[in-house]
Design a protein around this ligand. Structure first.
Ligand code: ADP
Length: 400
């Protein structure tokens, strides 16, 4: 069964084409980027290792999906004989609000819900919907499945999702914690249980998705109990460019102090803060900040310390929320690749039963692995996330 996975963003459409019957083999993947901007280009890689790159004439998501489908059929580099081999299309959608709690086949009602959530996810949901509508036009008759970043967190109890605001803000305006990166938290918690050899049902897991954006989730018996991102992805960890948790009064204070508009404040907190703002070297990439730290840059050392300390606090908080802890999982760009950051996050937690094996932690590998010491009561895992595969698997289940 061939499944196409689409992740449509503000100026890009990413795709992965899987053959689920052949052990979830990736037939082709790539992206069209800078859509609607000068220098639009496409990258297409197939399972034979051919890579085709170059400028393309693509003005909108519809053109992008059309081009992707043409490349999939291409006589030289294509991987399909006919487009009707594609049995379903799985779409990453960021916000499903309270109404969507599971992956779902896209209908006009589902599209209405995606629209209702535009105001809470203005940077993602409109583009995700454009991607779906582009597929409806270019590949008519093929079912589209929405896999929502918020869905995995739908099992959070009210004590975790309610804010300490007047209740009517929740009942009338849907202001609550939703959480994001759900597809990744779901995928890595399942994979961690498989690596551990115990049933997911019996495990209390804290998953740390540390990428450009970052979030932590508390997972018990495979169900999310709490997560660090909130109404929007701004809450929680210190991220590449997002502040994460701040005293809400800080926002009011700086707005008054600097005379900032709502838009400017939004930009400050989402785009100029986090590691970018704290480290002060003009980069939000942890590799650059770690390299500067290694050369003795004190501000960078401090920024990395703040980053690690915030993750550590969430692990502690979620161990308490779960009433104990069996596994801590690290995933995404930073979590999978930075041995120093992992070590820094769990430093000093031996008394809580969380003990790293420095040698195992230093090994680089694309495979899921255990990096805790043999006598660590809580296991520490590094599990590469694979949101595209998770979307394809959910899609396959829904259309089968
Ligand atoms: P996104 O949230 O955009 O999907 P990723 O999960 O791919 O991001 O993570 C990207 C981030 O991972 C980069 O910004 C970089 O900070 C970090 N990263 C990638 N490789 C390394 C590495 N070897 N060491 C430290 N950080 C890394």
């Amino acid at each position: 069964m061939v499944i196409l996975v689409i992740n449509a963003g503000s100026s890009s459409v990413k795709f992965t084409c899987f053959d689920m019957a052949a052990g979830n083999k990736v037939l082709a993947s790539g992206l069209v980027e800078r859509i609607g901007i000068e220098g639009t280009s496409m990258k297409f890689t197939n399972h034979k290792g051919d890579e085709v790159k170059g400028e393309v004439d693509v003005k909108n998501p519809r053109d992008a999906v059309k081009l992707i489908s043409e490349r999939l059929l291409d006589a030289k580099h294509g991987v399909l004989a006919k487009l009707d081999e594609i049995k379903a299309i799985g779409h990453r959608v960021v916000h499903g609000g309270e109404k969507i709690q599971d992956p779902i086949i896209v209908t006009s009602q589902v599209k209405d819900v995606i629209r209702e959530c535009f105001s809470m996810s203005p940077l993602h949901n409109p583009h995700n919907l454009n991607g779906i509508e582009a597929c409806e036009e270019v590949l008519p008759g093929v079912p589209n499945v929405g896999v929502f970043d918020t869905a995995f967190h739908a099992t959070m109890p009210p004590k975790a999702f309610l804010y300490g605001l007047p209740y009517s803000f929740y009942t009338e305006n849907s202001v609550r914690r939703y959480g994001f990166h759900g597809t990744s938290h779901a995928y890595v918690s399942k994979a961690a249980a498989a690596l551990d050899g115990r049933p997911l049902q019996d495990l209390r897991i804290v998953t740390c998705h540390l990428g450009n954006g970052g979030s932590v989730a508390a997972v018990k018996g495979g169900k999310c109990q709490d997560t660090s991102m909130g109404l929007t992805p701004l809450e929680g960890l210190v991220m590449g460019t997002r502040s994460g948790d701040v005293d809400p009064a800080v926002v009011l204070y700086v707005m008054k102090l600097k005379g900032l508009s709502v838009e400017q404040t939004d930009n400050l907190l989402n785009k100029q803060s986090g590691i970018l703002g704290l480290a002060g070297i003009g980069s939000s990439d942890l590799r650059d900040v770690e390299a500067a730290q290694d050369k003795g840059n004190e501000q960078c050392r401090q920024a990395l310390e703040v980053y690690a300390y915030r993750v550590r606090k969430y692990i502690g908080a979620y161990a308490a929320a779960l009433g104990g802890l069996d596994i801590v999982v690290f995933t995404a760009g930073v979590g999978e690749n930075s041995a120093t950051m992992r070590a820094s996050v769990v430093a000093g937690l031996d008394d809580l039963g969380i003990k790293l094996d420095q040698a195992k932690n230093a090994v680089r590998s694309p495979e899921p692995r255990v990096v805790s010491a043999d006598d660590s009561r809580v296991k520490i895992h590094v599990v590469p996330t694979n949101e595209e595969l998770a979307i394809a698997e959910f899609t396959k289940v829904l259309v089968s």
